[in-house]
Every structure is written in structure tokens, then in C-alpha cells.
Design a protein around this ligand. Structure first.
Ligand SMILES: [Zn+2]
Ligand SMILES: [Zn+2]
Length: 376
């Protein structure tokens, strides 16, 4: 079944701004929320679709990719290793969820576990590469500002020699119960903010956060054949977890710059080459530079028509994680001469006078057929 349009899923127009998107998402998510539709599988699916649509459209870069390529923009999954978006959807989902439903759902989802361990945030890095770089692959050095575990207190947040104490208010659970009318509601402990521990003597380097911000240098392997819109996940390279929690992930959002001469369609490349009318009529050759750094000679036979395509086998893009290589298609465009001199004009007129129907079978045939069609 074809996937529904993201805009339709949210019930907004293609020109909807951020605010409209957010409010449409909120409305739809409330309507299809599993808590409101227990056991309703179709509502659950709708809820997932709505989340996916919003997750894509709220991000300007992903939205642009979607506008341009549709769902195909994100069908890069299943590449194994550090690739694919499975983990991201999950992370993105819970973040949006907490953003919007945090207060509404009475404290939102419990992200913290006892002891205040908390998974570090995911980081996103936008990287733009050239088609040549996508062809050859490369190792990119990037600098990522990120918070890492404090080395002085090894992440505990407490001054070396001291240790965090179990919170006296919540006895370490991070939650307190309070009676309100008929109900007893549970909420985050106001003393320790859900950590379950308090620090009386905070570490001086990280001021009790357990993390410090630093810029790290990372080397990222961009494999040959990578496509525009691919996300690369570097597991555990995101922000450090809080108080010994696991680190988040780093996502590289890759875009490939449009090329001056080549258009890409999967592994194949297309290049439109304008040739002169005389080369088209008499035949000739020209050279095209290819991405492998060599040149390929294209022979144009006598009587070549506009739109004719020549295939240069194996001169396209490499296929990711395979030894296959696509082809390069040269599409011929014929340039009609302009700014003729008197002499050129005379020659062309003379040429026309001695031309026969056989020189232009298409155009003479076309008008004859059209006349027959309309006049019977
Ligand atoms: Zn510290
Ligand atoms: Zn507490």
C-alpha cells in the first residue's frame, strides 16, 4: 500500500508554517493517542503515522527533502552497520512527545531512572558533500560541541571524596505522592528534581551536573556511493549520559550538493550536452570528463537527432556497499546557429533549396500526417 502524504496525514497544506504544523500535530496526536483508543489498531497506526509525518515536517531540512523526493527521501534504511533510521524515529518520537505532552500528561514519560541516571541527548550534524565526494567516499573530520562525562567526579556530580546522598524527601525514588481531592497524584520530587539523590558538595568543575561541554573531533567515514538525504548514526557519540547513564547518538544528516554538469538518478548520471547543428548533421566526436577523473570520448554519428542518448557504461555512481557501478547517459541537445552572417545565410538558403524530403523525413512526414488527420 502506498504511504499517505505527510501533509494529508496531518491535514495541513503544503505551505503550512511551523505553528500550523505543531497545532495540527497536537490535535491529531490527541485524537489518535493509544490511551484514548485502547485496543484500536487503526488508531494506533494513525498515531504512528501522525508522529512520523510531524517528525519529518518539523525539520526544515527533512521537509525540503520530502518536498523534493517524497517518501523516497527517507528510504535509506536497512543498510546495516551504523546506518538506518530505526533508532532515530524512537528518539525523535519520545522527544516530541515530551515537548508537547510533558505537562498535559502529568509529568510526561519517566526518562530518569533511579539514581538520576539519564541517557544523553542525541546530536545532529548537517554535512554537505559534493557529488565527487559521494562518488569516491571520504573520511571527514568534524568538530562536535558536546557534553562529556566530567573527568573530575567521573560523572557523579559530587566533589571527589564525597558522594551523592539519597534524597530525604523521596527516599531515592525521584517521585512524591500528594493527595489532591479524591486523587492521589504522583509527581517529580521537588527536592532532587527526580534524580533520587542530592549533592551537598558539588564538583567544582561541572557544578554538580556530572557533565562538561567540550568540542570533540570525530572522524566520519562517508562510504562511496552514498545518496542525498542519508542519515548516518554514530552510536554512543552523542551527549554523555547524566550520572553514568548511557550516551546518546550522533546523527550525520548528509546532503549532496547539486552538480554543475551531472544529474543523479540512483546510480545513474545524466548529462545534457549541446552540440552544433553541423556536428549533428555531419557527425563528430567530443570528450566528457567523468567522475573517475578520466575522459570519455563520445562519437556522434552522422544525422544525430536532438534527444538522442548515449550510454557510457560504468561511468555513473558506485552502488553503496557493492561493486556495481551505474552508467552515465549523455543526452544530446542540438544548438541552432544564431547571429548568421550574410554568407552563412546564403549558404543555408542554398542548402535548403537543394534539400529533399529525405533529408527531413520526420518534419515533412509529420505535417503530411497532420494534414491527413484533420482534413481526412
Ligand atoms: Zn564533575
Ligand atoms: Zn527526591
Amino acid at each position: 500500500m502506498a504511504k499517505a502524504d505527510f501533509y494529508e496525514t496531518l491535514g495541513v497544506s503544503k505551505s503550512a508554517d511551523e505553528k500550523e504544523l505543531k497545532s495540527a500535530f497536537r490535535k491529531m496526536a490527541m485524537k489518535y493517542h493509544p490511551d484514548k483508543n485502547p485496543g484500536d489498531a487503526s488508531a494506533e497506526q494513525k498515531f504512528k503515522d501522525v508522529n512520523e509525518a510531524y517528525d519529518t515536517l518539523k525539520d526544515p531540512q527533512k521537509r525540503a527533502a520530502y518536498d523534493r523526493y517524497g517518501h523516497a527521501a527517507f528510504e535509506q534504511g536497512g543498510m546495516g552497520g551504523g546506518f538506518g533510521g530505526g533508532g532515530f524515529q524512537g528518539g525523535g518520537f519520545s522527544d516530541i512527545f515530551e515537548d508537547i505532552f510533558g505537562e498535559m500528561m502529568g509529568g510526561g514519560r519517566q526518562r530518569r531512572s533511579s539514581g538520576g541516571r539519564e541517557r544523553g541527548g542525541d546530536l545532529r550534524y548537517n554535512m554537505e558533500i559534493s557529488l565527487e565526494e559521494a562518488y569516491a567516499g571520504k573520511t571527514a573530520q568534524i568538530r562536535v560541541p558536546t557534553s562529556i562525562t566530567c573527568d573530575v567526579c567521573t560523572g557523579s556530580g559530587a566533589k571527589p571524596g564525597t558522594s551523592p546522598k539519597t534524597c530525604a524527601t523521596c527516599q531515592g525514588s525521584g517521585r512524591v505522592r500528594a493527595a489532591q481531592g479524591f486523587f492521589s497524584i504522583e509527581r517529580t520530587c521537588p527536592t532532587c528534581h527526580g534524580r533520587g539523590q542530592t549533592i551537598s558538595d558539588p564538583c567544582t568543575k561541572c557544578h554538580g551536573h556530572g557533565r562538561v561541554t567540550e568540542e570533540r573531533s570525530l572522524s566520519v567515514n562517508i562510504p562511496s556511493g552514498i545518496e542525498d538525504g542519508t542519515r548516518i548514526r554514530l552510536s554512543g557519540e552523542g551527549e554523555a549520559g547524566v550520572r553514568g547513564g548511557p550516551a546518546g547518538d550522533l546523527y550525520i544528516f548528509l546532503s549532496v550538493k547539486p552538480h554543475e554538469f551531472y544529474q543523479r538518478d540512483g546510480a545513474d548520471l545524466y548529462c545534457t550536452v549541446p552540440i552544433s547543428m553541423t556536428t549533428a548533421a555531419l557527425g563528430g566526436t567530443f570528450d566528457v570528463a567523468t567522475l573517475d577523473g578520466t575522459k570519455s570520448r563520445v562519437s556522434v554519428p552522422e544525422g544525430t537527432q536532438a534527444g538522442r542518448q548515449f550510454r557510457l557504461k560504468g561511468k555513473g555512481m558506485p552502488v553503496l556497499r557493492s561493486t556495481q557501478v551505474g552508467d552515465l547517459y549523455i543526452q544530446i541537445q542540438i544548438e541552432t546557429p544564431q547571429k548568421l552572417t550574410k554568407r552563412q545565410r546564403e549558404l543555408l538558403k542554398e542548402f535548403e533549396e537543394i534539400s529533399s524530403k529525405d533529408n527531413n523525413p520526420e518534419s515533412s512526414g509529420f505535417f503530411a500526417r497532420m494534414k491527413e488527420f484533420f482534413e481526412g
